[in-house]
Design a protein around this ligand. Structure first.
Ligand SMILES: [Zn+2]
Length: 683
């Protein structure tokens, strides 16, 4: 895995974000520059949605306004993240070349409108998008303040048109070699789906095998279509990047990823990005652990620091309830990102739009147009503090001894399955375990299933539904050589073609688990089952108010011993619910149900006992709700972030005196963090 190329603004990090002066008269631009400088903004992202302005017809290109914008921000001393504008099609192109428009899940060809609206297989798009990217690169690559290329914007969605169908058949032929192999892999004898040529296969839309956009009567078809679309849309990015590289061999190229997003396998994309960037838009009720988990996942894509390309300074507009970030919360969330590996702090956007569907989206300069607002003052304060910090944290690393395996294919496989429970949610299950580690201030790496695990003291693979031979070998190697692994119900159910493994789940990991699930019960939403933990000392089941829910595997043990059993009065009361097994030099836990917080705490105590895993900052304790996390500089310097993300404040207690990098203040033992308070401590 390559190390990310992180853009900076000289002695400061990139602080700023999307700026859309095309929406404003020129007299506004100079005032914007004055205000952005006042807020210590160091960088603007330009040209995200200007394709229709830049190219009014097939042959004509007009860069005059973009030239003026570039000149304005350059004169102001700002660095530029230059976008390629291909995130939204020009109307003339949609009308003249209908192949650029997507066909949706319902089989309808769209006309011009919206954004992220181009077909990835369109010959017209694949001609004009890289041409535009190349012309922009040719024109602006030599700018001394250009620090990053931003290809398109927030890629998302699928197309189901005839061009995509044709390319899908080619993709399938390359993957399977013959239609007989495909029939075997997809188990097409189920419900009489046997194909005699690739021409008989169509995208899984509403007119065919799809139940909905996630589920299909032939899940392997939907799974492969997801893989194909992930590859196809990644190709849209790649052709633009190649065009940029014709004129600029150096400047990092990226595109911005999104939260809770499953259209594409970001692990497979990451090698094509010089630096990962992403847009973090939590809702008012998003748990801080979920945000940290996604920051860790973005860091995990390249095992390197990342760019926080977008966040709102105050509120979004597209969520059901667009609550404001409370005073101090934007700063706390910005530094939360930094604590997990963000080396830029950027926003959408600099000046709020007057019109369009984002007219209610927050911005640094609001509609009053000035600096006398809470949001502007908070931005200015954060900008000043980041300016003080400089680039000393850039490139510092998170050191984790615990990894959670994250797998888009398992997410797709579970989404695509009809059963066993509509309440089953991959992200919820991953976060269930992440949140318990987060609560304990244990650093976590989010890794792909084929990652080298040898450096980790503990690895968790909750609901790792899809396990192929390579993954099985990887997990066997890890545990055999002394690792400890946690598996759960819905781990290792299917192979890469979504065929259930034979031999008792979690086959082929059954030997590691030392147990197998003979049956799996799905509980109604209001039902839970008590869990009785066997005390390691007395071997007598202890009655605790711990419970499982949603799914209950009825486990049979081969070589594992029982850590907890089901209580209650169902027929499987007394059967194992949590087991532990020795395998090779290592050990594996199997959790057969969805544990509540009390059960999870008991499981984690046992899982981590003797592993050497400890809190990331043993000399720092914090009140509940205060996040503690660490980054390490190349020289071994530890930076400890203590962040009140719950908005309640609380005490942080030190056993070693430390100084806050933000204020320079030295603390001996106790720090009283105010609401959304943050310290970055250095011993
Ligand atoms: Zn298409």
């Amino acid at each position: 895995m390559s190390t990310a190329q992180m853009p900076t603004a000289g002695q400061s990090i990139l602080f700023g974000g999307d700026y859309n002066p095309e929406q404003w008269p020129r007299e506004t631009w100079d005032e914007d520059m004055r205000l952005l400088k006042q807020a210590h903004v160091t960088s603007v992202t330009l040209n995200v949605f200007s394709w229709a302005l830049l190219q009014p017809d097939d042959e004509t290109y007009d860069f005059s306004m973009l030239d003026d914008i570039v000149e304005t921000v350059t004169k102001a001393g700002l660095t530029i993240v230059m976008a390629t504008s291909t995130g939204a099609l020009p109307a003339w192109m949609s009308l003249k070349y209908p192949d650029v428009n997507r066909v949706d899940f319902h089989g309808r060809r769209h006309r011009h409108g919206g954004r992220h609206n181009a077909c990835p297989s369109s010959p017209t798009y694949l001609k004009y998008a890289p041409k535009l990217a190349g012309l922009i690169a040719k024109r602006y690559a030599s700018l001394s303040n250009l620090v990053c290329w931003h290809v398109s914007n927030e890629y998302g969605g699928y197309c189901y048109c005839d061009n995509c169908a044709a390319r899908f058949r080619e993709w399938l032929a390359a993957r399977y070699g013959s239609v007989e192999n495909l029939n075997e892999a997809w188990t097409t004898n189920f419900w009489g789906h046997t194909y005699h040529s690739f021409e008989e296969i169509f995208p899984p839309n509403e007119l065919g095998d799809a139940v909905d956009e996630n589920r299909s009567l032939l899940p392997a078809l939907t799974l492969d279509y997801r893989r194909f679309m992930s590859d196809s849309v990644r190709n849209m990015y790649r052709v633009e990047k190649a065009a940029i590289r014709e004129y600029d061999a150096e400047t990092p190229v990226t595109t911005n990823f999104m939260l809770n997003f499953n259209d594409f396998d970001y692990f497979s994309w990451a090698d094509d990005l010089d630096v990962v960037s992403w847009d973090c838009y939590p809702s008012y009720d998003t748990d801080p652990s979920e945000i940290s988990m996604w920051h860790d996942l973005m860091r995990g894509l390249k095992s390197s620091p990342f760019m926080l390309m977008e966040q709102t300074p105050s509120r979004a507009n597209w969520q059901p309830f667009n609550s404001l970030k409370k005073p101090g919360q934007m700063r706390a969330q910005s530094l939360q990102a930094m604590a997990h590996g963000a080396d830029t702090i950027q926003f959408f956007q600099m000046r709020r739009s007057r019109a369009g569907c984002e007219k209610f989206h927050g911005a640094i300069i609001e509609n009053d147009g000035g600096s006398d607002t809470r949001v502007f003052r908070e931005t200015e304060e954060l900008g000043s503090q980041l300016h003080q910090l400089g680039t000393q944290l850039v490139g510092s690393q998170v050191r984790a001894k615990v990894a959670i395996v994250f797998d888009w294919e398992s997410w797709w496989g579970m989404l695509g399955s009809v059963g066993p429970s509509v309440s089953l949610n991959y992200l919820t299950e991953i976060n269930r375990y992440y949140a318990e580690l987060y609560r304990r201030h244990i650093s976590v790496d989010m890794v792909r299933k084929t990652a080298d695990l040898s450096g980790y003291s503990a690895v968790l693979a909750p609901c790792l539904y899809m396990v192929d031979d390579q993954t099985s070998e990887n997990l066997h190697r890890y545990v055999r050589s002394g690792g400890r692994l946690l598996l759960t119900t819905m781990s290792s159910i299917a192979n890469e073609n979504d065929q259930c493994h034979l031999g008792g789940a979690p086959a082929p990991l059954r030997d590691i688990a030392g147990a197998w699930a003979e049956e799996t019960d799905a509980l109604a939403p209001e039902v839970s089952v008590p869990l009785l933990f066997t005390d390691a000392d007395s071997a007598i089941p202890q009655v605790r108010p711990a419970a499982g829910s949603l799914l209950c595997d009825v486990l049979r043990t081969d070589t594992a011993h029982t850590v907890a059993t089901y209580g209650g009065d169902d027929y499987y009361a007394g059967a194992p619910a949590v087991t532990e097994n020795s395998f090779g030099e290592g050990r594996a836990f199997y959790v057969a149900t969805m544990p509540d917080k009390i059960a999870l705490s008991a499981i984690m105590d046992r899982f981590l006992a003797g592993s050497g895993v400890e809190t990331c900052a043993p000399d720092v304790e914090a009140a509940p709700g205060i996040e503690v996390s660490t980054r390490f500089g190349a020289d071994g310097t530890r930076y400890t972030f203590a962040i009140d993300l719950a908005g309640k404040g609380g005490d942080v207690t030190l056993s070693t005196p430390m100084s806050d990098l933000i204020t320079g203040k030295r603390y001996e033992t106790r720090i009283a963090l105010g609401r959304f308070g943050v310290v970055i401590l250095k011993a």
